[in-house]
Ligand binder design. Structure first.
Ligand code: NAD
Ligand code: UDP
Length: 338
């Protein structure tokens, strides 16, 4: 049994599908602050298996402990948290409360229930400004915003915890840019309000919900001047979690591993691929650089290949095609279904 915090969210829901398909039992624990119950129904429909879903907040010590104990989990996958960089700058305490205090409460509950295997959702943002590319796991760590700082604080907390008790098995997974959706078109990213991220914004332009894409800068030192990121299909990312758990269940330690494709694509690459996948135009206007943006970064993905036997299998075309299927089947996200 795997206990999945934030399992109703974008990445967590895809991870639940892959866990169920790999034969694991799953308990989701989510407060639905950024997700819909419907997502958990659809996960079970795709996998053809049931899972337990508990509505609760990781900062609610009693609710968390009793759900974890009842689940008899052997491991926790911890996706629950807040992730909007801009909001984290405006409301830092909310981010420390949810991401740092929430994780602390989760670790305490794990100690109380004697569960010592954890997979944690970290982010490439902990590398801060690149000193060398691609980012390797031993790159210096720093944070350029409050969201990134909460990930860094949790990473440090996990390393300290493991040092104090080496019987823990902890996988810190540093995601690059997750995009795409399940090939069924039933689950995908369902951003509330105006999307900040490139792929959901492009998808909403293609479907006609927004007039044009703002390209934030075309004067970066990249092949076409637009920003370059390492996009990873969310299903590849989800499979990476199953493989990480397979690795951790027989080994003690605390390891940090990049989950990325190992190569980058520009904003214009994304626009062109999305137009091809959708058969729709994606009008755009070039604007100034977005404050705080880095020009280009991508992962050295070799450690995940070496340790987990994992590498990405789905390229940019597939990321766009699957996003388009999800977007056109669910133009208003999960809320469209009543
Ligand atoms: P998401 O918002 O879709 O999912 C997070 C889930 O956690 C939601 O279902 C939300 O309701 C739940 N949640 C939030 N606070 C909670 C709390 N206090 N108690 C219980 N549940 C709570 O986000 P996502 O994109 O699926 O991201 C999952 C994790 O991966 C996050 O920790 C995020 O920081 C990390 N991450 C995401 C990205 C990305 O680009 N999506 C990149 C790197 C890292
Ligand atoms: N981007 C853009 N227009 C948008 C959103 C993003 O041009 O509306 C660019 C952004 O400048 C960056 C890339 O797309 O170069 C990826 O941005 P995203 O916010 O998805 O990811 P992050 O910057 O957090 O890696």
């Amino acid at each position: 049994m795997i206990f999945v915090t934030g399992g109703a969210g974008y990445i967590g829901s895809h991870a639940c599908v892959e866990l169920l398909m790999a034969g694991h039992d799953v308990t989701v624990f989510d407060n639905f602050s950024n997700s819909q119950w419907e997502a958990t129904e659809r996960v079970q429909r795709i996998a053809g298996r049931t899972m337990t879903v508990v509505r609760g907040d990781i900062r609610d010590v009693q609710a968390l402990q009793s759900a974890l104990r009842a689940s008899k989990a052997e491991a926790v996958m911890h996706f629950a948290g807040l992730k909007a960089v801009g909001e984290s700058e405006a409301e830092p305490l909310k981010y420390y409360d949810n991401n740092v205090l929430g994780t602390l409460r989760l670790l305490e509950a794990m100690v109380a229930c004697d569960v010592k295997t954890l997979v944690f959702s970290s982010s490439a943002t902990v590398y801060g400004i690149p000193e060398s590319l691609p980012y390797r796991e031993d790159h210096r760590l720093s944070a350029t915003n409050t969201y990134g700082m909460t990930k860094l604080v949790v990473e440090n907390m996990l390393r300290d915890l493991h040092r104090s008790d080496p019987s823990w098995s902890i996988g810190i997974l540093r995601y690059f840019n997750p995009v795409g959706a399940h090939s069924s078109g039933l689950i995908g990213e369902d951003p509330q309000g105006t999307p900040n991220n490139l792929m959901p914004y492009v998808a909403q332009v293609a479907v006609g919900r927004r007039e044009f894409l703002n390209v934030w800068g075309n004067d970066y030192p990249t092949p076409d001047g637009t920003g370059v990121r390492d996009y990873i299909h969310v299903v590849d990312l989800a499979i990476g979690h199953v493989k990480a758990f397979d690795y951790l269940k027989t080994r003690e330690g605390c390891i940090a591993v990049n989950l990325g494709a190992g190569s980058g694509h520009s904003v214009m690459d994304m626009v062109r691929s999305f137009e091809a996948a959708s058969g729709r135009a994606v009008p755009f206007k070039v604007g100034p650089r977005r404050a705080g943006d880095l020009g280009a970064y991508w992962a050295d993905a070799s450690l995940a290949a070496e340790l987990f036997g994992w590498r990405v299998e789905r390229g940019l075309d597939r990321m766009c095609a699957d996003t388009w299927r999800w977007q056109s089947m669910n133009p208003d996200g999960y809320k469209g279904e009543q």
